[in-house]
Design a protein around this ligand. Structure first.
Ligand code: SF4
Length: 329
């Protein structure tokens, strides 16, 4: 099989079912530099839209997968940075729609919706999943560390505008960091913004995995449920408080990929499996259980592939809340 650089999965995703990810922005090109980012610190903070990843190559990989008989609930367009920075996003969705009826989801940090072309591109998708972690400038600066040209006012206005124009589903993710956006005024500001944006769902997450900055604190489950109640009836908790860690976002920041064609052969081609694993760990940290679940491996085999990658100096580990997470270096 030709090497896949831009697609991964399908991954079992809490929000999207079985989701095939398309990664269209490299690490770590983003409009933000969130303290909780699972990919790492932003190395290029920009608002410039460009074809950061060749869309023709992404489509080529997708076509090859479809020809093999892809089964997925969603094709999820995402990035190892901010998805909408890829200026060919709209073209990509148009082309996907020509070759498959699988619905398309876009994962985005929501910061560029003040741009009409970003709204136009995203409106071609079936579901859009933006983020909004703060609705006051001070907290926004603290948690998301935006590009200087982005204000939270602009972000909220962009999302309101998008809602007016878009008939598909908007599922808004709010990432809660204990002691940063957990105060009553911060939560009420988010609630007011949600009332204006009118997403179809609000989904709460917190730091259950290794983060870009040390000391980013997760919110305990009971507190998160309380916040969800404050934010309203369409708000749910998507963070997984089980010991193994959880799916966070549904793209590169998602649980491990399960390659369709590999699921029958748990002890299949070791080289391919190790490369699969590396491709996943480049996009997000995973626990051993994540790896087992995502790649359909037993613990011994998963440990073997991890050990092999570690011996080649490609993977490091970190213990968070009693769980060891592995990440590509
Ligand atoms: S969490 Fe998403 S939006 Fe925030 S810095 Fe990481 S990639 Fe960018």
């Amino acid at each position: 099989m030709a090497e896949e650089k831009y697609i991964f999965g399908p991954v079992p995703s809490r929000r999207l079912g079985l989701s095939l990810g398309l990664d269209i922005v490299p690490s770590k090109v983003c409009t933000l530099d969130c303290i909780y980012c699972e990919v790492g610190l932003t190395t290029k903070k920009t608002i410039e839209r460009r074809e950061y990843v060749p869309v023709a190559a992404v489509l080529g990989e997708l076509k090859a997968r479809l020809e093999k008989g892809l089964r997925a609930d969603f094709i999820t367009i995402t990035g190892s940075g901010e998805t909408t920075l890829n200026s060919r996003l709209g073209f990509l969705i148009d082309e996907i729609k020509k070759i498959t009826s699988i619905p398309v989801a876009v994962l985005t940090n929501g910061t560029l919706f003040y741009l009409p072309d970003v709204r136009r591109d995203c409106a071609k998708a079936d579901v859009v999943l933006p983020s909004l972690d703060a609705a006051d400038e001070q907290t926004f600066a603290m948690i998301n560390r935006p590009h200087p040209d982005i204000s939270v006012e602009k972000v909220v206005e962009g999302l309101i505008e998008f809602r007016k124009e878009y008939r598909g589903k908007i599922w808004l993710e709010v990432f809660i960091v204990d002691g940063v956006n957990t105060g009553q005024p911060e939560i009420m500001a988010i609630k007011n913004a949600i009332a204006l944006i009118k997403p179809d769902k609000v989904q709460l997450n917190t730091a259950v995995r290794p983060t870009a900055e040390p000391g980013v604190k997760k919110v305990e489950e009971d507190k998160l449920l309380l916040i969800a109640r404050t934010l309203g009836p369409d708000c749910e908790v998507i963070a997984d408080f089980s010991k193994r860690g959880a799916p966070h976002k549904d793209g590169p920041l998602s649980t491990p990929a399960r390659r369709q064609e590999d699921t029958a052969a748990a002890d299949g081609d070791a080289q391919t499996r190790a490369e699969d694993l590396l491709s996943i760990l480049k996009r997000r940290p995973c626990s051993l259980e994540d790896i087992c679940q995502g790649l359909g491996l037993d613990k011994n085999l998963a440990s073997k592939y991890v050990a092999e990658l570690q011996s080649r100096g490609l993977v490091s580990s970190e213990r968070i809340g009693g769980v060891v997470f592995f990440k590509a270096k």
